[in-house]
Design a protein around this ligand. Structure first.
Ligand SMILES: Cc1cc2nc3c(=O)[nH]c(=O)nc-3n(C[C@H](O)[C@H](O)[C@H](O)COP(=O)(O)O)c2cc1C
Length: 361
């Protein structure tokens, strides 16, 4: 099934492989797409992946979490992003952009010295930062920024967008009972914690064309005491399905929960596809496509996930940093990715750009 084409809400995908959103550190310091970024994406498109999701792109200056990330918070970013989408489309590739606000997982150094914002003032032991509670006025401004970014994404030629609703960034922080301790329209119970995402979705819908594909990546589990758990995340997914979201990528974890999102040393098949059980629960309850990410390394495991109906599509991040042509290699008979999940690629503070440190010593 892996090499069977797939229609994802109008996006014709050549196979079932998705490049999961992966920050590249290849935009310039102001967030404009560079030639290096475009070349990096050309390699991925040539490598046969059915759909590329870009690294997280910034929708509002208060949400910058990493340096040299792609920015889309102003109109003047559109032209260079157009070059990026064109380069991918010229190779018959498909690309959607992931929209993010970093919330409390931002650092003052990237915010002009400002304290990061979040739904509530909950200390993050992993960053040692206590964020400032975001005001009602700021919340509406950020919601509008997601809508504006979606409009720009459309003009720039992206085939769709993905809301980054996972990994403890702002959208995920509003959903999580651990990081959202508010008692107003934006928090207090499950329904109110959903309001921020609901309004973000509506703002995007208002700005984008009617049939523009809107996907989301979300946590099945925050892996933290008092955080989001699968029962509630599935209810959230059902609400999203009712609203009209076209696909859900199932992930988990946040900075504070340790290395749950990007697990280390995936060597044996039993260690692979570490969110598969959660993904299966989503699949059982939803009718829209569900995408599995996290530790998929072998062709046989990926095929089995699809055959057993545990997911509709397979999303991969780290292996494509090492081998951007992995889908083509799989097609030609390769059985397993070379990536050893050492997370050297994640030490990007020390790297000029995100790359595999095993083959770029
Ligand atoms: C260097 C690096 C950057 C990442 N950047 C993003 C990102 O921008 N957005 C996102 O949703 N996930 C990001 N992730 C997480 C991946 O998309 C993926 O969920 C995770 O790495 C597990 O998949 P894998 O085992 O195939 O790598 C990143 C991971 C790595 C290693």
């Amino acid at each position: 099934m892996l090499f069977k084409p797939y229609n994802l809400s109008g996006i014709e995908i050549e196979n079932r492989f998705i490049r999961s959103a992966t920050y590249e550190k290849r935009a310039d310091v102001d967030g404009f797409a560079t030639d290096a970024l475009i070349e990096f994406y050309r390699e991925l498109a040539k490598g046969g992946v059915g759909l590329i999701i870009t690294g997280n792109a910034l929708v509002h200056v208060s949400g910058r979490s990493v340096p040299q990330m792609i920015c889309i918070h102003k109109d003047h970013y559109i032209d260079k992003l157009k070059r990026l989408t064109k380069a991918i489309h010229n190779l018959d590739g498909k690309v959607i952009i992931q929209l993010v606000h970093g919330g409390r997982q931002c650092f003052p150094a990237l915010l002009g010295g400002q304290q990061p914002i979040a739904p509530s003032e909950v200390y993050d032991p992993s960053t040692k930062i206590t964020p400032r509670e975001v005001t009602n006025e700021e919340i509406w401004e950020i919601i509008e920024a997601f809508g504006d970014a979606a409009r720009r994404a459309m003009y720039a030629g992206f085939d769709g967008i993905q809301i980054h609703g996972a990994h403890g960034y702002l959208v995920s922080e509003f959903l999580s009972p651990h990081t959202n301790r508010r008692d107003d329209y934006w928090g207090g119970d499950e329904e109110r914690r959903f309001h921020f995402l609901e309004e973000v979705y509506k703002a995007i819908k208002k700005e984008a064309a009617d049939n523009y594909p809107i996907l989301i990546k979300m946590n099945a589990d925050d892996f933290i005491e008092g955080g989001l758990k699968p029962k509630e995340s599935i209810r959230i997914a059902k609400r999203l399905e009712e609203l009209g979201i076209c696909a859900i990528e199932v992930s988990g974890g946040m900075y504070e929960s340790g290395i749950k999102t990007v697990q280390l040393n995936i060597i044996k098949e039993e260690q692979e596809a570490y969110f598969r059980d959660n993904c299966r629960l989503f699949k059982k309850e939803l009718n829209i496509p569900v995408i599995l990410v996290g530790g998929i390394r072998s062709k046989s495991v990926a095929e089995d996930v699809l055959q057993k109906g545990d997911a509709d599509l397979i999303s991969i991040s780290r292996p494509l940093i090492r081998e951007p042509d992995l889908p083509n290699k799989f097609k030609e008979g390769k059985e397993k990715a070379d990536c050893i999940s050492c997370n050297g690629c994640m030490r990007f503070q020390k790297l000029d750009m995100v790359k595999c440190t095993q083959i770029n010593k």
